[in-house]
Design a protein around this ligand. Structure first.
Ligand SMILES: Nc1ncnc2c1ncn2[C@@H]1O[C@H](COP(=O)(O)OP(=O)(O)OP(=O)(O)O)[C@@H](O)[C@H]1O
Ligand SMILES: [Mg+2]
Length: 376
């Protein structure tokens, strides 16, 4: 997947921006507050109908305006045929999404068209944040490689909601509880199986990427915890925990408690690794997902990399760029000074576009040529 032209209107300080053509590597440089992150947010809106930054749509839309729109043409790997994709969002209300001229109601089909991966300062959350962040990461991967996962996931969400509703009441209807418990057991077991199967493919890729990025972290391990006791079916686990569930008024065991454990020689990675090391682990996780997707679906993610250089020394930044380059994915990357990226990207950069961002306007930098290394 790659974007061929990008039109942005009314996202933060980007009032009206047209970029055409885009390269495979797109570098956006400029002063603080010029609009670099907003360009990445715009691509994210195109993939998920929302920003990766916390906050309301009200503040994503240029102040004083009513709605934002982003439009792009997507080309698949083969390069034949381009699909127009557009997202529009008013300050209030749902997003309206158009793919290939058709109105589309679900964000899932948008995400399927344009898988995006973000690497930025908040990505640290993946290590140090709540388990939900890691489940989301994992489920992103499963969703993109397994067609039926979303339907199962929705079934599971519905079942747990219903079951918790029943458990919350003072007088519990045992027949109803049994019915929803069965539905929960079935869908939950399947969620866990899919996650497990995905983790088995992700872990070797993760280890291989991490070995390239930071061979010194060879004692780091990743393990999936599915959310209930080993060697027990989910149905059995639910049966065993029913008295406690009744007492507490909610379902306290299952895939909704799953987590990924990252540890260094037995110690939690988030509390042991340095900031730079944590960033490398996060990069390795996200790059590994891209590799799995490319291998299994012949699909490329679009990588949005905000301020790569922060926390990374030159040698490590170079390695991240090398893996990104090998992935052949389209990359949007920001920096204050263009040399921060151009000095660390491998010489072979095939299809490079460099843009200077100034007060919400974007100018192509014609002085930089692909692969010439002549940018000083
Ligand atoms: N809703 C909005 N309407 C108009 N302008 C906004 C809105 N939200 C943010 N801005 C402004 O948009 C500008 C661009 O912000 P952005 O985060 O993209 O900058 P940046 O180039 O990434 O800067 P930095 O180098 O500091 O990360 C900022 O000056 C910000 O104050
Ligand atoms: Mg920024």
């Amino acid at each position: 997947m790659s974007l061929h032209r990008l039109n942005i209107s009314h996202i933060r300080n980007l009032r009206s921006v047209q970029i055409n053509p885009l390269g495979r590597l797109n570098v956006f440089y400029g002063a603080n507050g010029s609009g670099k992150t907003s360009v990445l947010e715009s691509v994210h809106v195109l993939g998920l109908a929302r920003s990766f930054r916390a906050g309301s749509t009200r503040n994503l839309v240029t102040h004083g305006e009513e709605r934002l729109t982003v439009f792009a043409e997507l080309a698949s790997g083969g390069g034949v045929g381009r699909t127009p994709v557009g997202v529009e969002r008013a300050v209030q209300g749902e997003a309206s999404i158009r793919i290939a001229g058709e109105d589309v109601r679900s964000i899932a089909s948008l995400a399927e068209h344009l898988p995006v991966q973000v690497i930025n300062a908040q990505s640290f959350e993946l290590l140090g944040g709540a388990p939900a962040t890691r489940r989301q990461f994992l489920d992103w991967g499963v969703f993109h490689v397994e067609q039926s996962f979303l339907a199962t996931w929705r079934r599971f969400q519905r079942a747990i909601k219903q079951r918790n509703n029943i458990l919350r009441h003072d007088k519990i209807d045992s027949g109803q509880l049994a019915a929803w418990t069965q539905e929960l057991a079935q869908s939950g077991e399947r969620i866990a199986e899919s996650r497990q199967a995905y983790a088995q493919r992700l872990i070797p890729e993760f280890e291989s990427v991490l070995n390239t990025l930071a061979p010194e972290l060879d004692s780091l391990t990743l393990r999936l915890r599915r959310g209930w006791e080993e060697r027990t079916s989910y149905a059995e686990a639910l049966q065993q925990s029913e008295p406690t569930d009744r007492e507490r008024g909610y379902t306290h065991t299952g895939p909704q408690r799953a987590d990924i454990r990252l540890s260094v020689a037995g110690h939690p990675a988030a509390e042991t690794l340095s900031r730079g090391q944590q960033k490398l682990v996060v990069c390795a996780l996200k790059l590994a997902q891209g590799r799995v997707l490319t291998r299994e679906k012949r699909q490329h993610c679009v990588y949005l990399v905000d301020d790569l250089a922060s926390e990374l020394d030159k040698q490590h930044a170079e390695r991240v760029c090398r893996v990104l380059e090998e992935l052949q994915a389209q990359v949007f990357i920001t920096c204050v000074d263009k040399s921060e990226i151009l000095d660390v990207w491998p010489d072979s950069a095939p299809d490079l576009s460099v843009f200077h961002v100034k007060h919400g306007l974007i100018e192509r930098d014609e002085t930089v040529k692909s692969g010439s290394g002549d940018h000083h």
